[in-house]
Structures are given as C-alpha cells and as structure tokens.
Design a protein around this ligand. Sequence first.
Ligand code: GDP
Ligand code: MG
Length: 328
Amino acid sequence: MAFLDQLRRTFSKKKDKDAYLTGLNAFKKKTDEVFSGLFEEGRVVDEAWLEDVVIALLQSDVSLNTANAIVEAFRKAIKVNHQRVDDTLKSQFMEVISEFYGDFPLDVMMSATGPTVILIVGVNGSGKTTTVAKLAAKYKREGHKVGVVAADTFRAGAIDQLKLWAAQIDVDFIGPDNQSDPSAVLVDAARYAKAHDLDILLCDTAGRLHNKANLMAELNKMFRVLDREITGAPHAIWLIVDATTGQNGLNQARVFLESCDVGGIILTKLDGSAKGGIILSIKHETDIGVIFVGLGEKLEDLVIFDKEAYLYSMFEGVLYDNKNTSYE
Ligand SMILES: Nc1nc2c(ncn2[C@@H]2O[C@H](COP(=O)(O)OP(=O)(O)O)[C@@H](O)[C@H]2O)c(=O)[nH]1
Ligand SMILES: [Mg+2]
C-alpha cells in the first residue's frame, strides 16, 4: 500500500502532472482496458494470472523480453498461489516496475569552455526537427543563448522548417550555404557559435537510413569536424524515437545505437499513442533511458521524462480506486 500512496502523493506535487495525464490519455485507456480485470480485488494470483499479466504488458507494447523479465521480478516479490489481488499486491506490482526500470536522469554536461553541442539523430519523420525547435525554446526560456543548425541538407523542406521555428522562437539559425555536406554546415555552425558566444547549439541531422557502414562514416565525419572546432563536441547525442511506431520504431533506431554513443532517447508523439509501454522496453533492452517525451506538436509539448509521473498516469485507472482525486 505504501508505495501506491507515496506515488500518488509525489505525483500530486509534480509540475507536469496535467501534461502527463492529458498526453498519456490514449495509453491510459489502453492500460485500463487490458489490466483492469486482472487487478480486480479478490482475484486469485496464480500462474495463469501471471501469464495474463505478461499478455497485458504485451498489449501495452512492452516487448516479450521485457514483459517476461518484469513478471519474473514480480513473481519473486509475491506469494504465487497464496494470495489474492488487494492493495498490497497492487503496490508491489508498481514497486517492482519502478525498480525494474531503475533510473536514467537527464544529465547534460554543459561545456565549461565554449558552446555545448547537442546532436539530434533518428529516422525520417520521427520528430527530429520539431524536437530541436522544442529544445531550443526550452533552453532559451531557461536563459541560454541558443542556436539551431540545419544539418539535414538532404531535404530542402527540413531547412525551411527549422528556419521558421528559429524565427518564431527567436534563436539564431545556421543553415547550409550552397554546400550539401552536413559536416560543412556543422563547421560553419561551430564557428558561428564561438564567434557569437552561444551557450547551446542544437543540430538537426538527416534521418536517411542507408546501411550501417554509411551511417557510421557520416556520423564519424560529423564528430571529427565538430571536435576539431570545439573540443569535446558533440557533448551529447540524443536519439529520437516515434512512439506510434512502437517496437518497430525501436528496431529502426537500433542502428543509431550501434553507430554512436547515444546519451538519451527522446520519445515523440506519445500523445495519441497507446504504445507507451515501449518506454519500459527501451530502457531494458538498450540500457538507455528516455530523457524527454513529446506530448504534442506545439513548442511547449516537450517534457522531461519523469518515471513517477509516467507510472502514475499509466496505472491511475487500474490500481487506484478513487478516480475522482483532485491533484491540488
Ligand atoms: N502529436 C505529435 N506530433 C509530433 C510530435 N513531435 C513531432 N510531431 C510531428 O511529427 C511530424 C514529423 O516531425 P519532424 O520534426 O518533421 O520529423 P523529422 O523528419 O524527424 O525531422 C510533424 O508533423 C510534427 O509536427 C509529438 O510529440 N506529438
Ligand atoms: Mg526534419
């Protein structure tokens, strides 16, 4: 009981609680549908029940591997065949998932000597350009001098899209100047950032998924030229994954995980997606956590990933009896 109560109390104090409850609505509906019967008071907790929990996790887009691992951890925490569903069991379920996920705090190492360079990578359409704009708005709000870089030189549309965002947010924009080599744009951007004392440079890259060797060569070239201009750059590489593509999206993104040192995953389009369970699989299967989630198309719809807010929003309808709680 303790953990369940504690989670609700912690959640009620979160700044982003409404964004989570609204943004995760589709996912919540899904978990309500697949878990509610399972967690009815008095249900017998036996092997068949545990198998049903695995299936419910699968239906929430947790991968089989991860679902099995969670249920194994849960089995160790409870007395199978000797108990029925009650508040203590619900609390244990939540606690097991929370511990299973562990922690993955957002940890941006701001460069002490010059601009901090953040590279955004991911497949086409995953939400890279939009996320660069959202991050630019966030860091600007926090008082940093920000520049955005259109290093996606393969799609003219992508350059204009970012330029428009930059004008709207009122941050500096650095784009290609006839050259079509993304590395050349990054060199220009790094020099511009140094000359104009920018704090943060957010680089939008191309998302073409050619073969792994080409991708690695292209990324390595970017790293080399950036490091030559600004020692230690890029300081972070963040991978964008589209939540609506679920496991498939994660598999597509794997090539990036194998090609560079990804420091965190940004899960976009979680609003309207019922596939929020993928967050548990991402962490379990890649050892890299989600650091931000996209909960809409507007600039303010990017929130720092918060495990407690996520778990509470996901299971509010299933594990908590009083659904009319006000969060004030
Ligand atoms: N609903 C929703 N749409 C998003 C989110 N992030 C991006 N999008 C939309 O996804 C589409 C593709 O985004 P874009 O940034 O151009 O993807 P890119 O090809 O990776 O640069 C656009 O229509 C965005 O508005 C999000 O968090 N929620
Ligand atoms: Mg783009």
